[in-house]
Design a binder for this molecule. Structure first.
Ligand SMILES: Nc1ncnc2c1ncn2[C@@H]1O[C@H](COP(=O)(O)OP(=O)(O)OP(=O)(O)O)[C@@H](O)[C@H]1O
Length: 221
């Protein structure tokens, strides 16, 4: 594979100091996330999955080792790289005062795009929620809110999307359709997708699977 755009974690070690306690997460961790790949990371609660996501997304710096961001073969800073990254969270995080269409259009409006509402309407149709365009999050089910949150993450065509427990608040059948939607969107757009999850069903849909166990990242498939 030609590696033009990727995130490389090399010999990464991370811990938190809280009072006289040290919370040791992992050491000597090596991981390369290539764009256009779907990667899953499972691990027990507290293993450090969300922390690893923050490091890979450049939101935090590791205590040891390096995280390198490469776009089109050029090394870029974490700050610049963050412009190319989207997030999906367990709690959806839609803006409660805005309807579905406005929630979806917002990232593009912030970028000053004239076609923001047109594209938002197209995405609403793609996720099967055109008839809910005028509904606020409180008028939508959890699954519907997460479909919108997924579309909102993909709509600005980032290089990577980091999804932290994206199906954690959903029942089994909604979780399955949400998982399929994320994977379809990733395939359609060529966006790299990094999933942190407790769900083995979701994790197993990824082409590259890891487990964070005993402070190390191990191949899970
Ligand atoms: N800013 C922080 N300061 C101190 N400790 C932290 C901080 N962030 C996380 N931790 C601790 O680091 C450990 C790993 O947390 P993290 O959220 O990364 O785990 P996780 O594997 O995602 O867990 P879960 O599956 O329960 O969400 C936990 O013990 C947590 O309390």
């Amino acid at each position: 594979m030609t590696r033009n755009t990727y995130i490389d974690l090399s010999n990464v070690g991370h811990y938190f100091e809280s009072g006289d306690q040290t919370i040791h997460l992992f050491d000597d961790l090596n991981l390369t996330l290539n764009r256009k790949e779907v990667t899953s990371i499972v691990g027990s609660s507290g293993a450090g999955k969300s922390s690893l996501l923050s490091l890979a997304a450049g939101l935090e710096e590791p205590k040891l080792g390096t995280v390198t961001f490469v776009k089109d073969k050029e090394k870029v800073s974490a700050e610049d790289y963050r412009q190319n990254i989207g997030f999906i969270f367990q709690q959806f995080h839609l803006l409660p005062e805005m309807d579905a269409l406005n929630n979806l259009a917002l990232p593009m409006r912030l970028k000053g795009m004239d076609s923001a509402f047109e594209e938002a309407a197209e995405w609403l149709s793609f996720i099967g929620l055109s008839d809910r365009a005028g509904h606020k999050p409180s008028q939508l089910s959890g699954g519907e809110q997460q479909r919108i949150a997924i579309a909102r993450a993909f709509i600005s065509e980032p290089d990577y999307i980091f999804a932290d427990e994206p199906t954690g608040n959903l029942d089994v059948s909604t979780a399955a359709s949400i998982s399929d939607l994320m994977l379809d969107c990733a395939e359609e757009t060529g966006c790299g997708l990094v999933l942190v999850t407790h769900s083995r069903q979701l994790a197993e849909k990824a082409s590259i699977q890891f487990e964070l166990v005993n402070n190390r990242l191990e191949c899970a498939a």
